[in-house]
Ligand binder design. Structure first.
Ligand code: SF4
Ligand SMILES: [Zn+2]
Length: 328
């Protein structure tokens, strides 16, 4: 049902995305919802974005009004893919009233939809009807469930992120998604709290190879320091440094699959950064690579020289868990 009332979502924008070697127009929307039911990850500020103490009907009305705003603002003929995020999990029935799922599927029928959710909400009885309403035969896989797996290490996911689910939970969700006819997109978090640069690099390499059998699309988020988070608490006290762009390039160059990466806040103190002189070009190159899949570009960027490369190599060799971070 498309509402008469219109309400602007938290964010929305048009851009391009790569899908199976093709670059296509994509609409991304971040819908304000009832908020993440879990709401305990150390680096996350999205969980603060929510309607408070609304009845299910009022929440549904708010969300329908946002969908109406989106449909009014963007011409569906101009995009083929839709990425939909809430301030938590799209398939959580407490956060997103189930009637809203039907509205979204109807509104975006014939589009390729990527919807983010925690693994426990991926149930065949939820995903299958959503796909049936969405699918008009255009896509072999009309829906991808995007899961913030972050790492394949249960120890790191529990201690450094406090994510509240295991790799085995992710694998179970991936099986259920595939059984219902959906694909799976895995999001990795590069360099959560409490890891040295070298430990974080090694964790990502292992995580990527562990996850390949269980997902169809891959994306890596280098960690950024968001406001009002536990991560920010440590960062303000000098106990955390976001990753180097050199590390991100190393991971993209070595990954056995194409991984997209959009370094939010790249080149800034709260985001992935190097020395300030080489950052702009490297961030731009990483974004270009996400679309083009051109490994030569990534390898060429890795070969470029800057004084901070030696600093990064020294950090990789010398940083220890009991004396980190070595640099800011
Ligand atoms: S990262 Fe996802 S699951 Fe964790 S608190 Fe944020 S919205 Fe919730
Ligand atoms: Zn530099």
């Amino acid at each position: 049902m498309i509402s008469d009332r219109m309400e602007k979502p938290l964010a929305s924008w048009r851009g391009k995305e790569r899908y199976e070697d093709e670059v296509m127009e994509c609409l991304t929307i971040i819908v304000k919802s009832g908020g993440c039911t879990y709401a305990a990850c150390r680096m996350c500020s999205y969980r603060h974005e929510r309607y408070h103490a609304e009845s299910c009907d009022t929440l549904l009305a708010h969300m329908r009004a946002q969908l109406a705003w989106v449909m009014n603002e963007y011409d569906p003929a101009e995009y083929r893919m839709v990425k939909i995020f809430t301030s938590g999990s799209f398939f959580d029935p407490v956060e997103v009233p189930p009637a809203f799922l039907a509205d979204v599927a109807g509104a975006f029928r014939g589009k390729l939809v990527i919807a983010e959710t925690r693994p426990e909400y991926i149930l065949e009885e939820t995903v299958r009807p959503f796909i049936e309403a969405l699918d008009d035969g255009t896509w072999k896989t009309p829906l991808y469930c995007a899961i913030g797996l972050e790492t394949s290490s249960d120890l790191i996911r529990e201690k450094c992120i406090n994510k509240g689910f295991t790799f085995s939970d992710f694998k179970g969700a991936s099986q259920r998604a595939h059984a219902a006819g959906a694909g799976v997109k895995a999001y990795f978090l590069f360099k959560p709290l409490f890891l040295t640069e070298a430990e974080a690099l090694s964790d990502m390499k292992t995580s990527i190879s562990d996850t390949i059998p269980h997902a169809d699309m891959f994306s890596m988020n280098p960690c950024t320091v968001q406001r009002n988070t536990e991560l920010e608490f440590y960062w303000k006290r000098g106990a955390y440094r976001p990753p180097y762009l050199w590390s991100v390039l190393t991971l993209l160059a070595g990954a056995p699959v194409h991984m997209t990466c959009d370094p939010l806040g790249g080149g800034q103190k709260r985001g992935t950064h190097n020395c300030g002189k080489c950052d702009y070009e490297l961030v731009k190159g990483i974004r270009d690579y996400s679309l083009s899949g051109d490994r030569d570009l990534i390898n060429a960027l890795l070969e470029t020289d800057c004084g901070c490369k030696q600093e990064w190599e020294c950090v990789l060799a010398e940083e220890k868990p009991y004396c980190m971070p070595l640099t800011r």
